[in-house]
Design a binder for this molecule. Sequence first.
Ligand SMILES: C[S@@+](CC[C@H](N)C(=O)[O-])C[C@H]1O[C@@H](n2cnc3c(N)ncnc32)[C@H](O)[C@@H]1O
Length: 243
Amino acid sequence: MAGEIDNHTVAKAYARWAPIYDFVFGAVFDAGRKASIAAAERIGGRILDVGIGTGISLTDYSPANRIVGVDYSEPMLRKAHERVVEYKLAHVEALAVMDAQRLGFPDAFFDVVVAQYVITTVPDPEAVLGEFARITRPGGEIILVNHLGAEAGLRRAFEQGFAPVARRLGWRPEFAWARLAQWAERHGGVRVVERRAMPPLGHFSLIRFERAAPVAQPAAAPAKGYAGPALVAQPGLARGPLP
Ligand SMILES: C[S@@+](CC[C@H](N)C(=O)[O-])C[C@H]1O[C@@H](n2cnc3c(N)ncnc32)[C@H](O)[C@@H]1O
């Protein structure tokens, strides 16, 4: 449900995680990151990595693609920027502080949108998915990799019990697959093309949505603060729309 997590809590949580994030979540999430990048690169082109965090995935993308990364947390994104500089990642077109719920890009701007371990951390996942669909070109894909809550049993009970603590750490452990499937059905302009179990323990999933022809609706104006071509030309910490 929207509003269970707010941006303030997320910003505070990830400011704390930033210095130790790679150490804690580097290896454990690596298989999912690599699988989602392999899926994205089957399409290739301009790829948006949302919630790119410390940029831990950046060195896994082929230099043949053009990568734009956004994150709500400036401390996390600073680490990504350091990585771009350290590894001279010329295929990274831009990094910007931006809220995934209001992405400052034109419609159908990207070939692929990737979100690794992000959808359960945002206050309004359906709004974020709506933005992903808006900025993905027809025929392009939205690729998520994420922990999904168990539908029954002991794991479900544990995840529900742990949820209040997890929210303070910045995510929802009980987030159900049904929410993503229902969003796709309601949206009408996307279809689920794959759902694959991922390590660790198969409690994670890789999910691919294909973008169909655009839904007839008034074109949304680019959100205030979008830096336009300058954002794309200038890797660094461009500041996109924040509340
Ligand atoms: C669990 S981390 C995942 C980081 C990285 N993608 C990875 O593979 O490790 C979640 C990231 O999503 C970002 N995030 C949370 N809410 C966001 C929002 N509304 N807009 C953009 N990024 C957000 C957090 O700041 C954090 O960097």
